[in-house]
Design a protein around this ligand. Structure first.
Ligand SMILES: Cc1cc2nc3c(=O)[nH]c(=O)nc-3n(C[C@H](O)[C@H](O)[C@H](O)COP(=O)(O)OP(=O)(O)OC[C@H]3O[C@@H](n4cnc5c(N)ncnc54)[C@H](O)[C@@H]3O)c2cc1C
Length: 456
């Protein structure tokens, strides 16, 4: 006989502690709401292996070996703070089309967040000599590269030790992580349950009533007036599918990525902060920035392309890298058993190759040996667009089930092809403001989901 579930009550349950969940939980708790935040992973900050290769094997889904049916590698951190624990700390304002086509105006929330976190480009002396050489080479070829805004706070009194290894987790403390906002939510009264996985949603008469799941193996049932699912571009559609949403995970975006690498005679980009400079070609649909894989990952990714590229490992310290992220079409999707498919469309292949031709020109101008240039295999660091605004969600991020909301990368109606986190934080603050406005007694009649129609 299965044990009696642990029962809890809350005003709001938030599922997932990445930037989407952390921002909603913090804002709601600060406003005095009873909030319970469920996170299936652990808090790995402070562990000796946090930010190491062993760490990345420990906390990323399938030990960092999660692949789509087509062989695209997805890094999916399952831990407090979500993917911000392994991100590159780059920031970009939401694309203009989010407001123009979907009526999602995040401007005031973004301005507030930029000031609060101190988002800004790194000062010139911290942008990296090789990265700056790449940007200068690009600008001399007529591509307009600019310093990229960063979630990095180089405080003179702390060690600033950022490099490609930031993608394993931040060990020097310079990089902002959504777990910090979870800490602030907890200080404001939010109950945080780690190792707590939401397995199903309680839905009756097209209205949400809470969440069922497990915490450290024990059955858990939380009754709540509102549920916000922020389990990320993969976790959210899986949870919604289990609750009977047929369209969840049907099609997805990924900002599909490769790195173009070339060996030079001088120091490379590997030991410099990732993505300090960037360039966006919004007409074709891609973004370029400075980055290569961390030292031990480099030969593995290179070998996946061809064993002969892995032989370039000894030259890692002199390797220059340009990362390409494309604005990929919605394609493929996720099935109930967690299988992911993300085929490249003809247009995706064109965008990627366009970016690769430009990256090759830039690397050679920056001093890379033309014969050494190669492109790493495809990967996906932004699984998103699986529960899209305008299709499954109204402009307030509500599903067709009353009081059931989604707030994370899965809401993107199109690929962003730029850093996602600032946009997600803006969505979280905006959703919290909406929920709080709704809970004011005079507005009690509000609440029915808006009709779901594409507003673009
Ligand atoms: C290597 C790498 C580099 C990146 N670099 C950048 C960058 O420089 N800038 C940028 O803006 N973005 C970057 N990104 C992308 C960015 O980090 C993600 O797009 C963003 O964190 C997504 O936020 P989210 O709230 O949608 O979900 P996530 O951050 O994925 O968080 C979802 C959370 O939900 C939890 N969860 C899932 N299912 C359940 C469940 N059933 N019950 C309970 N909890 C659950 C997960 O464990 C996870 O913690 C990078 C990503 C990676 C992997």
């Amino acid at each position: 006989m299965s044990p009696e579930p642990i029962k809890k009550h809350a005003d709001v349950v938030v599922v997932g502690s990445g930037p989407g969940g952390a921002s909603v939980a913090r804002q709601m708790a600060r406003a005095g709401k009873r909030v319970i935040l469920l996170e299936r992973g652990k808090d790995y900050r402070g562990k000796a292996y946090y930010g190491t290769y062993l760490g990345a094997l420990t906390y990323a889904d399938k030990h960092s070996l999660l692949f789509t049916k087509e062989g695209l590698n997805i890094i999916r951190p399952l831990m407090l703070g979500g993917a911000t624990s392994m991100y590159c700390g780059s920031a970009a304002r939401p694309p203009a089309w989010l407001k123009e086509r979907y009526r999602i105006d995040l401007d005031s929330y973004i301005d507030e967040t930029i000031t609060e976190i101190g988002i800004a480009p790194l000062p010139p002396h911290l942008r990296g000599a090789a990265s700056t050489r790449i940007a200068d080479a690009a600008n001399s070829l007529g591509y307009h590269w600019e310093p990229l805004d960063k979630f990095m706070r180089p405080v003179p009194s702390t060690r600033f030790d950022c490099g490609a290894k930031c993608m394993l987790g931040c060990r020097c403390g310079a990089k902002w992580n959504a777990a910090e906002w979870v800490d602030q939510a907890v200080t404001a009264g939010c109950e945080l349950l780690t190792e707590a996985c939401a397995d199903d949603l309680i839905i009756e008469n097209r209205q949400v009533g809470g969440v069922r799941g497990k915490v450290r193996g024990q059955p858990l049932e939380i009754q709540a007036d509102q549920v916000v699912v922020s389990a990320g571009g993969i976790g959210t559609p899986l949870l919604l599918q289990r609750a009977g949403f047929f369209e969840a995970g049907h099609g997805m975006t990924m900002d599909t990525t490769v790195m173009v690498c070339g060996v030079s005679k001088e120091k490379g980009t590997g030991e410099e902060p990732p993505m300090t400079w960037a360039y966006a070609n919004d007409e074709i649909g891609y973004m370029l920035s400075t980055l290569i894989d961390p030292w031990l990952l480099f030969p593995m990714m290179a070998a996946l392309k061809s064993p002969r590229h892995a032989l370039k490992w000894p030259a890692w310290g002199r390797t220059l890298g340009v990362m390409i992220k494309i604005k990929d079409d919605i394609s493929g999707g996720i099935t109930l058993d967690g299988e992911i498919s993300k085929p490249m469309t003809d247009q995706d292949l064109f965008r990627m190759n366009h970016g690769a031709i430009v990256a090759n020109q830039i690397l050679v101008r920056a001093g890379a040996d033309p014969d050494s240039v190669f492109i790493t295999p495809l990967r996906g660091t932004h699984p998103s667009g699986t529960v899209r605004i305008g299709e499954m969600l109204d402009a307030n991020l509500q599903t067709e089930v009353k009081n059931l909301y989604v707030c994370d990368a899965s809401t993107f109606p199109e690929a962003l092809d730029r850093p996602t986190v600032l946009t997600i934080l803006g969505l979280g603050k905006r959703l919290a403001a909406h929920l709080l406005a709704k809970s004011v007694p005079a507005a009690s009649a509000a609440g029915a989901a808006e009709p779901l129609h594409a507003v673009g």
